[in-house]
Design a protein around this ligand. Structure first.
Ligand code: SF4
Length: 347
């Protein structure tokens, strides 16, 4: 990914003077409390993230005048569009203050954990061929506050959220500073207090950002959307591919700096990247310590691509097993409500 796009993306903020009050604005809250003693902000965070208040009148630790002022300057509504539920998955459209919208997803797994899959951008500039979000184009980055609102929304539904994945709409590392700020708030004892190892970020692979992330000293899990074992195929599927050599150099540096494992995500797409040769090339790439492979079933996104057949999947997995490559397979959730990987889109 070239830096021009990264910095260009950062410039796309909306004009807050023309904004509506569709969601909680944490930046405004910080500003509104800047003339108060520091403990007031802590009290406000407790009221928001733990007590899950939706009106400042419920924050009885605050004097009435302060509650009234906060209700005016920083209201606590979160405006949503369609909210769809399918067994273990809820997908919600959240309306931003400039009336753009994003989708966010909650998944409950069998171990009783609730994971929120947060979006980090409105749309995405990366244009991966298999992804519905990529077809939307790019509108702007989300602020850390807009990322946090997605979690507050599900917490207010009574969901015990204990896992966060940055795998919704957008490329998180193109919105690096706000994503890191959101991660710190999610992990903060004064924030959501979710364990840092229960936070994951998935990136298409922007080498300079992976290197920067390796110096953050954060034990957040890193996943790379690989999806192809050679540059020809990867550039076809993901036009912003920087080249596997450069990508893997940055990943190896990340492992060297952090001693943490890296998860490689590989969508199995019928007749595109699921033959024996691809499996062998992938196995050759994965033969390194701390590399872990996750095979993902492709979710139809209205493109020409289809999920791999059972026969192809078996052949593919047999090659990996012969090569002693350990892998996991991701369960397909939320497909009925188009909440699965790569299916998020707002019209
Ligand atoms: S797969 Fe990820 S990086 Fe690619 S277009 Fe979709 S959201 Fe963007």
């Amino acid at each position: 990914m070239d830096k021009t796009l990264a910095s260009g993306a950062r410039k796309c903020w909306f004009d807050s003077s023309r904004a509506h009050n569709n969601m909680i604005n944490l930046e405004k809250l910080q500003k509104a409390l800047s003339d108060q003693k520091p403990y007031r902000l802590k009290q406000a965070y407790k009221a928001l993230f733990k007590d899950l208040i939706s009106d400042w009148d419920e924050a009885t630790v605050f004097p009435i005048e302060l509650r009234e002022r906060l209700n005016k300057e920083c209201p606590l509504d979160i405006k949503t569009g369609e909210v769809l539920e399918d067994k273990d998955t809820i997908k919600a459209k959240i309306i931003l203050n400039d009336n753009l919208a994003i989708e966010t997803v909650l998944m409950a797994n069998t171990r009783g954990r609730n994971t929120v899959c947060v979006s980090s951008q409105v749309g995405c500039p990366m244009g991966c061929l298999f992804c519905a979000t990529g077809r939307m184009g790019f509108k702007r980055n989300l602020s850390f506050s807009e990322i946090i609102n997605q979690i507050i929304f599900f917490a207010r539904m009574g969901k015990d959220v204990d896992n966060i994945v940055f795998m919704g709409m957008g490329e998180p590392f193109l919105n690096y500073d706000e994503v890191i700020k959101a991660m710190r708030m999610i992990n903060d004892k004064e924030g959501f207090n979710i364990g840092i190892r229960h936070i994951s970020v998935s990136t298409i692979g922007i080498p300079e950002m992976i290197e920067r992330f390796s110096r953050e000293n954060m034990q957040v899990n890193l996943a790379i959307s690989l999806h192809a074992p050679n540059d020809k195929l990867r550039t076809y599927l993901m036009p912003t591919n920087v080249g596997l050599e450069k990508l893997f150099e940055s990943i190896d540096l990340y492992i060297q700096n952090t001693k943490r494992k890296v998860m490689f995500e590989y969508l199995l797409i019928d007749g595109v990247n699921d033959d024996k040769e691809c499996a062998q090339e992938l196995a050759n790439l994965m033969k390194k310590p701390l590399y872990f492979l996750n095979l993902i079933e492709y979710n139809p996104t209205g493109t020409k691509f289809k999920p791999s057949s059972e026969k192809n999947k078996k052949i593919f997995k047999d090659v990996l097993i012969e090569n002693k490559i350990q892998f996991t397979e991701r369960y397909r959730f939320g497909q009925n409500i188009k909440a699965a990987c790569g299916q998020l889109i707002v019209k």
